[in-house]
Design a protein around this ligand. Structure first.
Ligand code: ADP
Ligand code: MG
Length: 394
C-alpha cells in the first residue's frame, strides 16, 4: 500500500476520508475520541501544504436523504475550534462539484457522505464524481474499511492517485502484529453481551491464540450450553449448539479455555442490585450472572501474566455498575501490568479502560468496531484490497 507520508501534498487537492462518526446527543458530541484521532492526520496534511477536503459519514441516514439530525455541523464546529481556523461545511448541492477547492493549508468539510444516493451501494458513478474532487485520495478511516462503499472503496480505484493515511496504517500494523507471527503466548479476552455477534470471531481466534478467556453474556451462554444453571442471566439459549461446537473444537485443538469456578450474581437487573458470589454450579433460578468471581479472577490473572501478546474485546461483566465491575477492572489492570503487547478494541471495552484511566497504558486502542473484528477474523477488507490493488506507485 502506498502511504500518505510518501506522497507529495504541497499545493495538491487532497480528499481525506476519515471516520468522524461520533456519538451525538441532540447535536452535542458525547465522545470526541474519533475526531481527536483524525486531527493528527489533518494537521499533518495541512502542515504539508495540502488543499484539504475532508469526507466522513455520520450515523445511518435514509439512503440519499439529508437529515439535519445527522449533519456533520457539530463536527465542523469542533474541528474549527481545535484547529483554530474556519472549517466550512459544504452541503451536497449541485454547485459543490464545481466549486474551487480550498487554498493550500486550508480545509473544508463535506457534509455527511451518506446523504448522497449510491454511497452505501458503492455506485461507480458516485465514486467517479468523488474522484473528480481531488488529485489525491487518502483513505484513513480504518473503521469503515470493511464496507465496500463509494467513499471507502470505489473512489480508491477511480481517484487520480490514492494512498493509505497514517491512522489506517497504524491500525493495520497493530492488528497485523497480533494476526501474523505474534509473540507467544497470545491470549485473547472476549467478553461482551452476545455470543451470536462474536461467534465468528471466537472460531477464528481458535486457530490463532494459545489461550482464551471468556466473560459476559458470551460466558453465560457457554455455561448454559454445558448444563450449568444461569438463572435469569443474559444468555442466548438458541446459540447453545454453536457454543458446544465451539468448545468441542477448542478441546480438539488443545486450546486452553479456563472455565470460571465462581461468578458474581445480582438479584435484580438494576444498578442498585446487591452482589453475591456463587460457585459456578450454585446460581439460583431468580439470579443474574453479572461478573466473574474472585477465584476465577485469580486464575485469569495468572494466565494473563504469562502472555506476551494480549487481545481484549468486550467487558467480562456489567462494569457500568460498581458492584459488578471487579472482573473487568482486574482484567484491565492485569493486562497493562503484564508487559505484553496489548491491543484493545470495542466501544465498551475502551470506555472501561477510560473509567480506570488505563487507556494510555495499552499498546494500541482500536476504535474500529466491526472492521477490527473482521480483520482479526482474517477476512479481506474491501478498502485495504483496493489500496493494495492501486499498489505502491502513483
Ligand atoms: P464492546 O463494545 O467492547 O465490543 P460489547 O458491546 O460486546 O463490548 O458488550 C458490552 C456490554 O456487555 C456492556 O454494556 C456490559 O454491561 C455487557 N455485559 C457484560 N457482561 C454482562 C453480563 N454478564 N450480563 C449482561 N450484560 C453484560
Ligand atoms: Mg459495545
Amino acid at each position: 500500500m502506498r502511504r500518505m507520508a510518501d506522497c507529495e501534498l504541497r499545493g495538491r487537492v487532497v480528499l481525506l476520508r476519515e471516520d468522524l462518526n461520533v456519538p451525538m446527543d441532540g447535536g452535542r458530541i458525547t465522545n470526541t475520541r474519533r475526531i481527536e484521532a483524525a486531527l493528527s492526520t489533518i494537521r499533518e496534511a495541512l502542515g504539508a501544504g495540502a488543499r484539504l477536503r475532508l469526507l466522513s459519514h455520520l450515523g445511518r441516514p435514509q439512503a440519499g436523504q439529508s437529515d439535519p439530525a445527522l449533519s456533520l455541523a457539530p463536527v465542523a464546529a469542533y474541528l474549527s475550534q481545535a484547529l483554530d481556523r474556519p472549517v466550512p461545511l459544504l452541503p451536497w448541492t449541485e454547485a459543490v462539484w464545481r466549486e474551487p477547492p480550498p487554498e493550500a493549508g486550508e480545509l473544508v468539510l463535506h457534509e455527511n457522505i451518506r446523504f448522497l444516493p449510491g454511497e452505501r451501494e458503492d455506485d461507480p458513478e458516485l465514486a467517479t464524481r468523488l474522484a473528480g474532487l481531488c488529485e489525491l485520495f487518502v483513505m484513513d478511516a480504518f473503521a469503515t474499511a470493511h464496507r465496500a462503499e463509494a467513499s471507502t472503496h470505489g473512489v480508491i480505484l477511480k481517484a487520480p492517485e490514492a494512498c493509505a493515511g497514517p491512522l489506517l496504517i497504524r491500525e493495520v500494523e497493530a492488528l497485523t502484529r497480533i494476526i501474523e507471527a505474534p509473540e507467544r503466548p497470545l491470549v485473547a479476552i472476549i467478553g461482551g453481551a452476545k455470543i451470536s455477534t462474536k461467534i465468528d470471531l471466537l472460531n477464528a481466534l481458535l486457530d490463532r491464540v494459545d489461550g482464551l478467556i471468556l466473560g459476559g453474556g458470551i460466558l453465560n451462554t457457554l455455561l448454559y450450553a454445558q448444563g450449568f444453571p444461569v438463572g435469569q442471566s443474559l444468555c442466548e439459549h438458541d446459540a447453545a449448539d454453536q457454543a458446544r461446537n465451539f468448545l468441542a473444537v477448542a478441546q480438539a485443538r488443545g486450546k486452553e479455555i479456563p472455565m470460571p469456578v465462581d461468578v458474581v450474581v445480582g438479584h435484580l437487573p438494576m444498578p442498585t442490585s446487591e452482589a453475591d458470589v456463587r460457585p459456578i454450579d450454585k446460581v439460583a433460578s431468580d439470579e443474574w450472572i453479572f461478573d466473574i468471581g474472585p477465584r476465577t479472577i485469580a486464575r485469569y490473572r495468572a494466565l494473563l501474566s504469562q502472555a506476551k501478546t494480549l487481545l481484549w474485546n468486550g467487558p467480562v461483566g456489567v462494569f457500568e455498575y460498581d458492584q459488578f465491575a471487579q472482573g473487568t477492572e482486574a482484567i484491565a489492570r492485569a493486562m497493562v501490568q503484564s508487559g505484553a503487547y496489548t491491543v484493545v478494541g470495542g466501544g465498551d471495552s475502551l470506555a472501561a479502560l477510560d473509567r480506570w484511566g488505563l487507556a494510555d497504558r495499552v499498546s494500541y486502542c482500536s476504535t474500529a468496531g466491526g472492521a477490527f473484528i473482521e480483520f482479526v477474523e482474517g477476512r479481506p477488507l474491501p478498502a485495504l484490497e483496493a489500496l493494495r490493488e492501486r499498489g505502491g506507485g502513483p
